[in-house]
Design a protein around this ligand. Sequence first.
Ligand SMILES: NC(=O)c1ccc[n+]([C@@H]2O[C@H](COP(=O)([O-])OP(=O)(O)OC[C@H]3O[C@@H](n4cnc5c(N)ncnc54)[C@H](OP(=O)(O)O)[C@@H]3O)[C@@H](O)[C@H]2O)c1
Length: 219
Amino acid sequence: MVVHVNAATSVDGKLASRRREQLAISGPDDFARVERVRAANDAVMVGVGTVLADDPSLTVDDAGLVGEREERGAPPQPTRVVADSNARTPPDARVLDGAAPTIVLVASDAPAERVAAIEAAGATVVSVGDERVALPAAFGELAERGLVDVMVEGGGELIFSLFDAGLVDELSVYVGNTVVGGRDAPTLADGEGFVENYPDLDLTDVERIDDGVLLRYDC
Ligand SMILES: NC(=O)c1ccc[n+]([C@@H]2O[C@H](COP(=O)([O-])OP(=O)(O)OC[C@H]3O[C@@H](n4cnc5c(N)ncnc54)[C@H](OP(=O)(O)O)[C@@H]3O)[C@@H](O)[C@H]2O)c1
């Protein structure tokens, strides 16, 4: 299992503004890079906060990259995975549009009618954890389904939980050329935050892309 977190931040580390609306931080070359990373993975995962804020499709749109996946015997699209303890993913969300397989990870307390609505929209619902999605168990379930290379695209709550659980193998952060500010704006890692035992990352590469810089770490 390899978990690769990829996100774009402003210079001051924000994922989005305090309105939590999607922000164009990357330029065209970085968008293309993200698409290549998606295409290289078995699954692409987000927290439900990102689904509610951005309504992303999480698909590979480049026909050439889809073709390359098929040539190596992979399904045309990576599986989309949403960490959604309470089954809050709206049935009309783009991740449930049928363009790629989707797994919604819920907790056992998730309301049955919302779980049923997500299943009716075509997703596979997997229950892991009592009140909140238990991430180690979730990755175990994904691995059992053959999903071993997982790209995580955010947001800050999910990314913090992954670091907290020691589950991040690689981190790529594209730092764009803007300042967002705002004490309530989401950052790369939110959650409770660390006060000790801060993750010690190993910087493996620095690359200028568009008007920003891509930082790569082993974790
Ligand atoms: N710039 C970028 O690269 C980028 C990428 C993605 C998102 N974003 C931005 O980030 C913001 C959304 O981030 P976010 O932090 O609010 O949401 P998020 O991390 O996408 O989702 C957080 C939610 O996931 C659910 N979850 C389930 N299991 C979890 C677990 N074990 N640990 C943590 N969360 C778990 C929780 O809701 P339940 O308790 O209901 O399960 C939690 O509230 C938006 O503004 C979006 O635009 C930016």
